[in-house]
Design a protein around this ligand. Structure first.
Ligand code: BES
Ligand code: MN
Ligand code: MN
Length: 419
């Protein structure tokens, strides 16, 4: 993390940007700007230099922090999420200045190191630097294209409420022969709790969970149907025989525009080889809920806690903690900034882009809107199968290069917008 920060600081410095590395708000934040003129529009580019842990390390075919290029694909942790995608902006700007002598817009760059843990300190930082960060548009490349060769504009991200449940039974592990059927088993109790969070048709059972969900409009549902989704190929790639999710919605709708609830991890009892007849003292689970834009994560955390307390048996103690949360976002698509993005991607790829929503979250996007009043344009150049958060993360170099081209066209198109 420190090496990346130092690298970024030097990179901008060597190219005559104004740059500073700010400490005091969690992992250091790199702020850089290339100012041309107050007459020109200002773009804020956001990215993150933190990455997800690399484990399981043994499944990587090359070391995660030593980039390797094979068949025009670059492999390393952070290539698609998000260092490689962020670098597209740097390279695009560098090329623009080299070719034209200057830039058509003012650029401010903010690169944080805590996105993957929910950006816990960034709101406070943005508030303290509100004036410095004022801008007309925010541009982020940290999402995926719909498929390879299909340039995409992402106009929606989901929010997140991430919870942990710890269930405690007896004050120590017990012999399951002597105590089984007399004392409740925290793993069994936890399994019952988890089973009651969702029904077998994928509907979340937490009281009032869906209250603030905005339903998809007919027009949106029509748009979704136009995306070239190949359900069979999707299943084949994942080796699953059947898909699962909320009844009444297509897979595409469920993946990005409906809320979900998933158990992300579960533990308790004996995990080693062979058998051990034990009635464990503790069990736990990590549970995340992806939210749609109008749902408030704090309210959902509260509803989750109330419901889990209500369904928990009295025979165990249940502790619920919230690990992190993020609000979702939608960007209106009838704006000049989006029209400029359509033109730029058409020039960069020679193809009409599609509009899509992503199921993942970028917590700060909502703050950019609330605090700076700026819409975020999400121009992603990753691909859905580039193993983000997983072993052998990679980025296709064709999209890296087309991304550089498209972003240069984008800054150019933005400079033509009349306010
Ligand atoms: N770049 C992703 C967001 C993303 C995910 C975009 C999937 C498109 C598709 C981002 O780095 C990320 O992983 N976000 C976390 C946020 C969380 C830890 C608060 C996520 O979505 O799990
Ligand atoms: Mn990311
Ligand atoms: Mn990520």
């Amino acid at each position: 993390m420190q090496a990346t920060c130092a690298y970024l600081q030097k990179l901008f410095q060597d190219h005559d940007w104004e740059v500073e590395t700010v400490s005091g708000y969690g992992n250091p934040i790199v702020l850089a700007s290339y100012w041309i003129s107050a007459k020109m529009p200002t773009c804020l580019v956001y990215g993150h230099y933190d990455v997800q842990p690399v484990d399981p390390l043994e499944l990587w075919t090359s070391p995660p922090f030593e980039p390797v290029i094979k068949d025009d694909i670059i492999y390393a942790r952070g290539t698609t999420d998000d260092k490689g995608q962020l670098f597209i902006h740097f390279k695009s700007i560098e090329a623009y200045i080299k070719t034209k002598g200057s830039l058509p817009v003012n650029i401010k760059v903010i690169i944080e190191g805590e996105e993957e843990i929910g950006s816990p300190s960034l709101d406070e930082f943005l508030i303290s630097k509100k004036d410095f960060l004022s801008c007309d548009y925010v541009v982020i490349s940290d999402t995926s294209m719909y498929t390879d060769e299909l340039p995409s504009i992402c106009y929606g991200l989901r929010g997140l409420a991430y919870m942990e449940i710890e269930v405690t039974g007896p004050n120590k592990d017990l012999h399951s022969g002597s105590f089984g059927c007399a004392v409740d088993n925290p793993i069994n109790a936890l399994a019952h709790i988890i089973a009651k969070l969702k029904n077998d048709k994928g509907k979340i059972l937490i009281d009032r969970f869906y209250d603030d969900v905005i339903n998809l409009t007919e027009k949106e549902r029509e748009e979704f149907k136009r995306l070239p989704f190949d359900e069979k190929a999707f299943m084949d790639e994942l080796d699953v025989e059947e898909l699962f999710g909320e009844e009444g919605y297509t897979t595409e709708e469920r993946k990005s525009a409906r809320p979900t609830l998933d158990c992300n991890g579960i533990w308790g009892g004996y995990q080693g080889a062979g058998a051990k007849t034990v009635l464990p003292s503790k069990a736990g689970a990590k549970i995340s809920m992806r939210l749609v834009p109008n749902q408030d994560p704090e309210k959902i955390e509260k509803l989750f806690s109330e419901y889990v307390n209500k369904i928990s048996p009295k025979s165990v103690k249940v502790k619920i903690t919230s690990l992190h949360s993020a609000k979702g976002s939608v960007t209106p698509i009838d704006t000049d900034a989006i029209k400029a993005a359509v033109k730029a991607l058409k020039l960069g790829y020679g193809k009409e882009p599609v509009f899509m929503r992503e199921g993942g979250s970028i917590p700060i996007v909502n703050t950019f809107k609330e605090l700076l009043g700026a819409d975020t344009i999400l121009l992603g150049f990753g691909l859905p199968n580039e193993n983000a958060h997983s072993p052998n993360e990679n980025l296709n170099l064709n999209n890296f290069h087309r991304g550089i081209l498209s972003i240069a066209y984008y800054y150019n198109e933005l400079s033509k917008i009349k306010n």
